[in-house]
Design a protein around this ligand. Structure first.
Ligand code: SAH
Length: 493
């Protein structure tokens, strides 16, 4: 390709100087950018060019010439094949530093925000155990006289960044030759299922539950769903473990309503898995890759399990969203409540509220809180959770936030603070427009995708708001995912 200094098949030695948001190392040959999978900043690698484009190319790590001081041996045996984690070969402190830099870079590049130099930001350099240091600072999310740059704080990391996930979602498939039943993970970049016994980011209870369910399903002769033919029974096994109560939930996602040997299944699960409080079947006959179908049936026990975060009890049903890292969730929610700056007098809206987690945290410090969420069962859970915790100043609505918020506006709801916690695609433009019309004094944005966050912050900034402070929280150690809580305030009066 004209103007590109390398060709496919070339072998080049490069210094890795950065990392992409997907976790590939970034290096340069005569100013031309190469993405090298498996390489980390500080490495010098021999890379074999696999594809080239106008602005960048991709290369394979052929040999490590000199290892970065931050490079470590990935502890997980199936790390390379799995792809569920992308950063296990990189020391945890380096991961946290990178996540902070990544957030700051995206806010500047996509959001066109003035970001304070990272070394000047409050707190020490990112590293495990910075939670308390970061939490100790008093935050005032208030308008400033000029345009103070956005402060991106060091990432709140975990002290022990393993075995954190409280939920496993395991695809099932037939074994070799189309026989038997296996379950584990999709091989990187394919729909091939690889059987898995252990996963180091899962809580051990989930690992144990999945192993037992697979064994029981095999003993009952269950077949695996086959995407190609649309036949077979089991699509996914989803298990949850509530760390605070020890309760476990098992959900079998089936390709049809029929659940053969259901009584025997429940008997064996109860016998073999301690703490099981709920066994559900979810029916999904669609040809899509979506995990859950619309209908859930309780096969045995309760339709929910109970967990606790920060002294609030939550009922969680099969399809409801619940943060997967309980240790970090509490830190995330506390930061969100902190940025909301509540005195007890405020009206607050919590959009994308799920089962009312952040809503109920806010309710304890506000006059009235409104939560909105699109999944009906989640709102049922949210209402149940308010009752369960004797919180009576929270009100919930089912529907798209971008539709419900204007309805509240028409009814005269005037929020002092709006909290949003959207999925990866960020806030709907109609929701952002309504937020600007409602003109709350403060907005708290909880985001799991820095790019859509940056895009939405630009809209809010152009509408008279200022991004004051960003607190990244490491919800997903060893993966490239970055969660942020952002304190935003209105500047025009
Ligand atoms: N704040 C909650 C949930 C955050 S996840 C918590 O921390 O637990 C995002 C939630 O947004 C999910 O529950 C999802 O079902 C919901 N959601 C997705 N699109 C939505 C929309 N357009 N309107 C309202 N909720 C939506």
């Amino acid at each position: 390709m004209a103007g590109v200094p390398v060709a496919v098949g070339d072998s080049v030695v490069i210094d890795v100087v950065g990392m992409t948001h997907e976790g590939q190392g970034v290096g340069r040959v005569e100013g031309y950018t190469l993405f090298v999978s498996g390489a980390v900043p500080g490495d010098r690698v021999q890379a074999e060019v696999q594809s080239i484009g106008k602005s960048f190319g991709r290369a394979r790590l052929a040999a490590l010439v000199a290892a970065s001081p931050d490079r470590i041996a990935a502890p997980c045996e199936i790390y390379e094949a799995c792809g569920g984690c992308q950063l296990q070969h990189w020391g945890y402190a380096a991961q946290l530093r990178w996540k902070r830099e990544h957030v700051a870079g995206v806010l500047a590049r996509i959001g066109k925000l003035p970001v304070a130099p990272l070394e000047e930001a409050a707190g020490e350099a990112g590293g495990p155990g910075t939670a308390d240091a970061a939490q100790a600072g008093v935050r005032e999310i208030a308008p400033d006289a000029g345009r103070a740059p956005v402060v991106v704080l060091p990432v709140i990391g975990m002290d022990e960044p393993w075995r954190y996930r409280n939920k496993a979602q395991v695809p099932m498939a037939a074994g070799i030759g189309g026989h038997g039943l296996i379950g584990g993970f999709f091989e990187q970049g394919s729909h091939q299922v690889v059987d898995m016994e252990a996963c180091l980011i899962q809580q051990e209870q989930n690992e144990e539950t999945v192993r037992a369910v697979k064994r029981i399903a095999r003993s009952l002769g269950y077949s695996a769903y086959d995407r190609a033919t649309g036949r077979g029974l089991l699509r996914h096994v989803v298990v949850r473990h509530a760390e605070a109560t020890g309760q476990r939930m098992v959900v079998l996602i089936t390709n049809g309503r029929d659940m053969p040997h259901a009584d025997e299944l429940c008997g064996l699960i109860r016998q073999d898995i301690p703490g099981v409080a709920s066994i559900c079947q979810n029916i999904n006959t669609s040809a899509t890759s979506q995990v859950f179908g619309e209908e859930t049936r309780v096969l045995w026990g309760d339709e929910v399990i109970y967990d606790e975060i920060g002294g609030i009890t939550f009922a969680i049903s099969a399809r409801s969203f619940f943060q997967v890292n309980p240790t970090q969730t509490e830190r995330l929610y506390r930061t969100a409540v902190d940025y909301a700056g509540l005195t007890g007098e405020e009206t607050v809206i919590d959009a994308y509220c799920g089962i009312g987690t952040i809503t109920l945290f806010l309710a304890r410090h506000a006059r009235r809180v409104y939560g909105v969420e699109i999944i009906p069962e989640a709102i049922e859970d949210a209402r149940r959770n308010a009752l369960l915790n004797h919180i009576n100043n929270a009100e919930f609505a089912v529907g798209p936030a971008e539709v419900v918020m204007p309805q509240w506006q028409a009814e005269g709801v005037a929020p002092d603070v709006i909290v949003v916690d959207p999925p990866r695609k960020g806030c709907d433009p109609a929701l952002l427009a309504t937020m600007l019309e409602l003109r709350p004094a403060r907005i708290v944005y909880v985001s799991c995708d820095p790019a859509t966050l940056a895009r939405d912050l630009r809209v809010l900034e152009d509408g008279g708001y200022r991004t004051v402070e960003v607190q990244p929280v490491d919800m997903f150690p060893h993966t490239v995912h970055v969660e942020c809580v952002v304190g935003i305030c209105r500047v025009d009066t």
